[in-house]
Design a protein around this ligand. Sequence first.
Ligand SMILES: [Zn+2]
Length: 364
Amino acid sequence: MYKLDEEGVKFLKEILEEFGPSGFENRVLKKIKERMEKYADEVKKDNLNSLIFVKKGASERPRIIVAGHVDEVGFLITSITKEGYLTFTTLGGWFDQVLLAQRVVVMSKNGPVMGVIASKPPHLLPPAQREKVVKIDSMYIDVGATSEEEIKKLGIRVGDPAAPWSPFQMSVTGKTMFAKAFDDRIGAFIAMEALRYLKESGEKHPNTYYAAATVQEEVGLRGAESVKWLADHDVAIVTEVDIAGDVPGIKPREAQSKLGHGPSILTYDRSMIPNQKLKEFVIKVAEEAKIPYQLSAMARGGTDAGRLHLYREGRPSIVIGIPTRHIHSHVGVVHKEDVENAVRLIVELIKRLDEKTVNSFKEL
Ligand SMILES: [Zn+2]
């Protein structure tokens, strides 16, 4: 049975801490390739840079893609002020309130530059304005420079990307983890760990397994649009963060999943209604294998499955969620056991998805 061991946590930490907002994922992709190449029979890449690690089973078809996106929400520099500050726009969705006083890394042509997001200090704001959320368009990044000239010397230009700086840590409970970019490097990690487990355990599977690391999801599922032509898949399983509902203020009707209760099976998201036969199959397999799971429905937000299920004449698809607290911020929280159980569920599914089963999903 799969276990998240020390080596797995080390790899997870490495990819979570790496710099890689949408459109600038190469550093993360290189780290994944470096580790995964030895477990894969073949590595494929499309021209937007999404990677697929292929593990051959007993049959060429069906091809099962399990995909997680490796881009994180970040920023892009839009202008440089005379005083040496950087203005920015967002890559992906950010809540204005989680940004101030957070550290970011700006990736200049000369390398990383540490900065902090700032705004006019509250001491100088009239009382009425102090009550309000400061909007992103009145924030800037301060890299500690004092002139435009200094910014130039640092190699920072308009169009350079920036991303949160936030180290990975295990929580004091030993069961949960703090990090940026769980959305969705945890999903890519799960796809990769399932491949590594299948390779090392020698367990048989009646299909070809495609573990995919996709790009540019946060700016509109763009990587999934191109990777589907590379994959030419028969079934898509997207591993993606699910908004955990066990946070003060969230009502059960808004988010159902809780940390430590197993991966969630997404019954709905704004980009896809899953194939119902595949959904029932996933539930049946989880129950047979005694893997805890939760049913979840995400009224807002889409996933890469939104693109992958619309390949050619349509492909049975589902999203497996990893309950995650505080997504799209500098620090998310994920439960180790949910990660383990998600990998176990993927492995059990891959072991069972033969041609006959996949064809049965396509019947009325
Ligand atoms: Zn995501």
